[in-house]
Design a protein. Sequence first.
Length: 143
Amino acid sequence: MMCRNYSAGKSMIRPDWTPATVALMVLGFIIAWPLGLLMLAYILWGDNLHEFKHHAQAKWDTSRFKEAMEDMGAPMRSGNVAFDEFREKELKRLEEERRKLEEMRKDFDDYMRDLRMAKDREEFDRFMSRRNSQSEANAGDNI
């Protein structure tokens, strides 16, 4: 096992055999063995994570699959110009319909909020008038 030189100001949770990492590994094995295994892998190979990330990113950047994944976001063409135009027109119509429905939902939510506020105001006013009439009646009884 390679001994790593860390300064005293470093974190206790680092890819090394510190008391904290060993405790987390044991706790991970107690709770669920994959967690303990992940912690063990972090202890053993955690120093290489940054290097691995850069290597994986470089491989992905030169991969054919990256282009395929990026092309998946673009709308697919059928090869038939008339159908593609129809499809685009229908998608725009559906998007406009969705926007209208969303606007109607917002308007309804606002209406319901106003209705609840009016109901709450009415109940509060009724409570205050009943309370005031009871306090006036009690004040008249005490005289």
